[in-house]
Design a protein around this ligand. Structure first.
Ligand code: C2E
Ligand code: CA
Ligand code: CA
Length: 641
């Protein structure tokens, strides 16, 4: 018989907790045992009855066994073995209750000494009522114990049959349902509060887990990593290092933009899977939103860190097959070590972040280990940021011009405007150093408009067949009113829009197409021409060339000089040149430094060339001189041209 509705539904853990309440109250168990043993021994002694002596012996034996079991159970009780311990308790409790009841029942039945009768009956009643509260955690046990301890008393009382004993028998009988109902009440309250506490604990655990988990990949998120990292640092064994590896995926935005977010998410998931599979079990792997991952890993030497970082980079670079698409992404890795580079979580993160920044600036797809000079670089960057705005007003910036030459005639067709910053203290700063800062801070918009205006003014002074090329950064183009800045520059300089060429890189097309398309269309309609710069370094999708009205493609200088030049790059230049001829586009080879390179690119089909072989970027007056020399005319006569 089971008491309490839904009792069977109570899961094993709740059962174990409730059962624990039976065993983990040693005081009441001991008092119950002492009472039972003492009273039965006294009864045996006073009455001298043989059956009383046997009952006293049985009670003593059971009491000893039960105390032993309680000690064992407290140590061994688990949700899985709760049922076994419950049965064991039941056997012990029922036999003990029955023996207590039996001693009281027999002492009445045999009308032994009145004092003994009172003592044994009182012990049985106290036992029965006490047990109802004590064992309320398992009401079925209470029912059994109550019945077994009180029923023999009732039998004894009814057997004697005096009025007082009959009334007492009735009172004892009524005690059964009364105590049972109290017991059930306590049980329900107890069970409810245990279930609630348990549910709350589970809920809190699940919330904690959720708050620490990245939804896309299922690995830890920033909070999860913070949580683990502190523990990893405090538990770091002496002589060991903690490596923090910060990963930023290269070209992941392209994947998202061209193939959609669901594919991007699958790539992220696959990366998480690869990282976990590759790294040792104790390593922590987390995703920091977007396309950044962080790994924290214990190791012994710096070369371990180098090996792990290389393996991670290899894993990321391995092609992905997602929805039957084969795609690749790269990664930039920044590594910092504790205690080498820092002593706490915050500086370790900062150092890894700085190292990552360096890996990215160096072109991505590489590993960069933190070193102290990086902090100096960062300071320099901050200074540049602070001084850039003022530089324009202070006249520290100027525009240099580099000729783009017709490879057939050797004549200058265009000058590319390249910005220079002559810093009063730092000397000449390369655009590669400050243009990215200008882009990040938005200064590029003002700066870009200023450059276009200067370039247009200069061009207005040149012969009419010479054009000017201005580099536009994607940030500048996507800014609201971007076309207006260009139009103003043209109007103020009085320059024919057909003499302005705007150089853009493929990265422009990875962002939002609508604004970019509008910008290109609007300026194209005015007659401004566009050139695709640094072709071959990015996505190199021929789709853009068809979609947008480029008049010129500039093949990146890495195809002309540098470590990767060979037959393959020659073949690429040839293919691009062929396409250029078909689509009536000019093909410029950039970075020509030697006569051999000039001959090679001309033979490959490029019609224009640019590079130190012809001239470096020069100030406007020298640009004018180059034109004049070429035309063999005194520069002061230029207005006559
Ligand atoms: P870019 O548009 O590819 O410009 C060509 C760069 O290659 C220039 O570097 C130029 O000086 C250099 N160069 C030209 N011929 C040779 C050669 O034969 N050998 C070698 N090794 N290099 C050569 P610069 O002026 O330092 O410009 C670097 C980049 O900065 C430019 O690359 C361009 O992306 C950006 N930039 C320069 N000026 C501006 C600007 O006014 N606005 C914007 N948005 N970006 C600019
Ligand atoms: Ca350019
Ligand atoms: Ca270029």
């Amino acid at each position: 018989m089971r008491f309490g509705t839904g009792d069977n539904a109570v899961d094993d853990r709740v059962r174990a907790l409730l059962l624990g309440t039976l065993y983990n109250q040693p005081t009441s168990l001991a008092i119950g045992a002492i009472n039972g043993v003492a009273s039965s021994l006294i009864a045996a002694h006073v009455t001298g009855h043989g059956f009383m002596a046997r009952a006293a012996a049985a009670i003593t034996l059971i009491a000893v066994i039960r105390i032993g079991m309680a000690i064992l159970c407290v140590r061994q009780l688990r949700p899985e073995n709760a049922r076994k311990w419950e049965i064991a308790y039941e056997v012990g409790a029922f036999s003990y209750a029955f023996m207590i009841g039996l001693v009281a029942g027999l002492s009445i039945w045999h009308e032994v000494n009145a004092h003994v009768q009172v003592m044994t009956v009182a012990v049985a009643l106290c036992y029965g009522t006490g047990i109802s509260a004590r064992n309320a955690g398992r009401p079925n046990i209470v029912a059994g114990q109550l019945f077994l301890s009180l029923f023999p008393v009732i039998i004894g009382l009814v057997h004697i049959g005096s009025l007082a004993y009959l009334v007492l028998a009735l009172a004892v009988a009524l005690l059964l349902p009364a105590m049972m109902s109290i017991s059930l009440n306590v049980f329900r309250t107890l069970r409810q509060s245990i279930i609630e506490a348990q549910t709350n604990a589970e809920l809190a655990e699940r919330m904690q887990l959720l708050a620490h988990t990245d939804v896309v990949t299922g690995i830890a998120n920033r909070a999860g990593l913070d949580h683990k990292l502190d523990g990893m640092i405090t538990d770091l064994p002496a002589g060991q290092k903690l490596m923090l590896l910060w990963i930023d995926l290269d070209r992941f935005k392209e994947v998202n933009d061209t193939l959609g977010h669901p594919v991007g998410d699958k790539v992220l998931k696959e990366i998480a899977r690869r990282l976990i599979a590759q790294l040792p079990g104790h390593a922590a792997v987390a995703r920091f939103g977007g396309d950044e991952f962080i790994i924290a890993c214990r190791l012994s030497t710096r070369s371990d860190a180098e090996r792990i970082a290389r393996d991670v980079l290899d894993q990321i670079a391995r092609p992905y097959r997602i929805d039957n698409e084969r795609l690749t992404v790269g990664g930039s890795l920044g590594v910092a070590l504790l205690p080498d580079d820092s002593h706490d979580t915050a500086t370790l993160m900062q150092s890894a972040d700085l190292a990552l920044y360096h890996a990215k600036v160096a072109g991505g797809n590489r590993i960069s280990f933190f070193d102290a000079s990086m902090t100096r670089d960062l300071v320099r960057r901050r200074e540049i940021e602070a001084e850039l705005r003022a530089a324009i007003q202070r006249d520290e910036l100027s525009i240099f011009f580099q000729p783009i030459v017709d490879l057939e005639t050797g004549r200058i067709k265009t000058f590319e405007a390249l910005v220079r910053w002559f810093h009063p203290e730092k000397g000449e700063l390369r655009p590669d150093e400050f243009i990215p800062v200008a882009e990040e801070t938005g200064v590029i918009i003002t700066l870009g408009n200023w450059i276009t205006a200067q370039a247009a003014k200069a061009c207005a002074q040149w012969p009419e067949d010479v054009t000017v090329a201005v580099n536009l950064s994607p940030v500048q183009i996507r800014a609201p009113g971007a076309a207006l800045g260009i139009k103003n520059a043209l109007r103020e300089a009085g320059l024919d829009p057909a003499r302005l060429e705007l150089e853009v890189t493929e990265s422009l097309f990875l962002g939002d197409d609508e604004n970019t398309g509008r910008f290109l269309d609007e300026l194209c309609a005015m007659g401004v021409r566009f050139a695709l710069d640094d072709f071959g370094t990015g996505f190199s999708s021929l789709g853009y060339i068809n979609k947008f009205p480029f008049k010129k493609i500039k093949v990146d200088r890495s195809f002309v000089s540098g470590p990767n030049v060979g037959r393959k790059s020659e073949a690429i230049i040839r293919a691009v040149a062929e396409m250029g001829a078909t689509l009536e586009m000019d093909i410029v080879a950039e970075g020509l430094e030697t006569v051999e390179q000039v001959t090679a690119v001309r033979n490959a089909g490029c019609n224009l060339g640019q590079g130190y072989y012809f001239s470096r970027a020069v100030p406007d007056y020298l640009a004018m001189m180059l034109l004049a020399r070429e035309r063999d005319i005194d520069p002061h006569m230029r207005h006559a041209l």
